[in-house]
Every structure is written in C-alpha cells, then in structure tokens.
Design a protein around this ligand. Sequence first.
Ligand SMILES: NC(=O)c1ccc[n+]([C@@H]2O[C@H](COP(=O)([O-])OP(=O)(O)OC[C@H]3O[C@@H](n4cnc5c(N)ncnc54)[C@H](OP(=O)(O)O)[C@@H]3O)[C@@H](O)[C@H]2O)c1
Length: 329
Amino acid sequence: MDKTASIYVAGHRGLVGSAIVRNLRAAGFSNIVTRTHAELDLTDERATRGFFEAEKPEYVFMAAAKVGGIVANNTYPAQFIRDNLAIQTNVIHAAHLAGVTRLLFLGSSCIYPKLAAQPMREDALLTGPLEPTNRPYALAKIAGIEMCWSYNREYGTKFLAAMPTNLYGPGDNYHPTNSHVIPALLRKFHEAKLRGDATVTVWGSGTPRREFMYSDDMADACVFLMNLPDIRYQALLGSDENQSGRFEPPLVNIGTGTDVTIAELAQLVRQTTGFTGDIVFDASKPDGTPRKLMDVSLLTQTGWRARTPLAQGLCDAYAEFQQSESGKT
Ligand SMILES: NC(=O)c1ccc[n+]([C@@H]2O[C@H](COP(=O)([O-])OP(=O)(O)OC[C@H]3O[C@@H](n4cnc5c(N)ncnc54)[C@H](OP(=O)(O)O)[C@@H]3O)[C@@H](O)[C@H]2O)c1
C-alpha cells in the first residue's frame, strides 16, 4: 500500500478496528477513512454504496460486525445473523462496484467445526457441525468467506478473509458479565485485590487450553497481509475449485500458534494484577471444548509471527484497563 493510499477501516472504534488504525498511523499511512456506526450504518445498502462511490477507497479492512459473547449470541440469534449478513453483503458488493484493490474480511475461529482437529487448519472449514450457541454468527462469517471467494472468481477481485484467534488488548470490553475470558479475569482479580479478598473463583476445572493474541499483533498481521507483494498475496487467495479441483478458499488464520490452560492464564492474571490471594476452580461450571488452537502455518509461511508474549500483553492491557477505570471516577 502506498503511504497516501485511501484506506477504509470499517468498525474503527472496535477492539480490532482501533488496533488496525493504530498500526496504520504508526506506519505512516496518512489517508485513513473512517465512519462511526452513527455516521454510516453498514446494514443500510444505499448508504453503504453512496459512501463507497463518494470515497472510492483503495483498500478496505472489514472490522465492523455485530459481535458478542455467548449470552448475546443466544439471546439475539436473528440480529446476529441478519446484521452480519447485511453488513458484509453491503460492504463486499459496494467494494467490488467501487473497484477496491484489496479487501480484508475479518471473521473468527468459530467458523470451524465444534470438533475440528487441533490445531485448526483452514481446510477444516465446512467439515462438520458448528458450535450451536454462535452458529448464526458463524454461518454469516462463513457466507462472508464464500462471498470473497465468489467475487474473486466472478469479478477478479482480490478479497481475502482472515480469521483471528481470541483477542485482547486496548479498548476491550470489560463488562462484568458480558466479556471475553481475559478482560473478565482482569476485572475479577483487580476488584478482588481492591477488596482484599482471600480467593478468586474461576469458572471450570482450569484444564481447557485456549489461544490468546494481543490485538496490536493481530492488527500488525492484517496490515502485513494487505501489504504483501502481488504474487504472495495472490497465493493466499486460493484457487477456483472448478478448475483446480481443490477446496482452497481465500482464507488465512491469524494466531500465535501457542495456547495455555485456563489455570495458567489465571495464574498470569494474578501476577499481572498483584492479587495475593488464592485461585479456586469451580469445576461444577462448564469447561467448554478441551482445546481451541489455530494452525498458523500458512501465516507463518508468509514471514509473519506474533511478537507480544502473553505476560507482556496482559500487563499492557491491565495498565490500559486501570487508566480507563480511573477516568470513570
Ligand atoms: N474480539 C475478538 O476476540 C475477536 C476475535 C476474532 C475475530 N474477531 C473479529 O473481528 C471483527 C471485529 O470484532 P471486534 O472485537 O473489534 O468487535 P467490536 O469491538 O464490537 O467492534 C465492532 C465495530 O463494528 C461497528 N459496527 C457494528 N455494527 C455496525 C453497523 N451496522 N454499521 C457500522 N458499524 C457497525 C461497531 O460500532 P458500534 O460499537 O458503534 O456499534 C464497532 O465499532 C469481527 O468480525 C470479529 O468476528 C474478534
């Protein structure tokens, strides 16, 4: 990407979008186009088309989505499938009409089957049933991958889908009940420290293994992919199955390639927050799937690797959390 190229980051105020904007700014990209949800509702087809016609961005990072935890996904399944299908359909089609040079569509590891072999490779897509709690969301994301693939086949576009693992970092959602595991644990241990509690109870047995990536690393991977020379970028776009006979969607996993147990994570969060009490595991609560790890061989082959160790990322995230909490008082 040229430093003056017009780059649209959809969802720039979210965890993922804000990290991409930080990365682009730090790298000297000067023409970053953003719109808040209030300024441009991407479920509105006419407004989305009008925006693309007027701005004509050359590159698009698709980090706008209706996102939520298990409770939200279970409570609003219709909104999750409808909004995400609408957002991505409008953006992908408008990007094609506006002649966007490259588009990076972001999804998540929930697109892979519930019982996919670990670590999960890109070719595990569509090989088995999905986790039912977020199936509407996951199916919308799978449709987004298929749209990128279909538009590439029919119109010769260069749309790539990237699936990041679990993320954490600045601007994360620290809601006490509706947040992902890292922000939830940081808040829990932080508040236990302030109250002087003797113990913190962590749900489940502590044995499941999970992968976590710092959002700034993920953003670095996204910008790296978008910047790849044509021949290497083209290689990630897979192939037309009708011609190659191979199932090769334009899909790449983004992760660290390593995982930790929830017990190890809790221990790291305890150290990070300075909580001095004990950790108790409540094994009566569900554990979920025993392991969820992305296979990142394809990404690694491009020459990119995650840089931020979990312990350091947790310290940075905790510092930002404390800062945002002190701003509230
Ligand atoms: N967080 C993770 O751990 C994680 C992991 C893997 C993949 N991802 C993927 O990354 C993408 C972004 O996730 P995130 O965690 O950054 O989510 P997020 O923090 O909730 O941000 C989503 C952004 O999209 C915007 N948005 C939602 N609906 C919109 C609409 N109709 N029109 C315009 N903007 C809209 C939101 O604006 P408002 O807040 O104003 O609605 C927000 O800025 C998703 O595709 C997700 O699957 C996330």
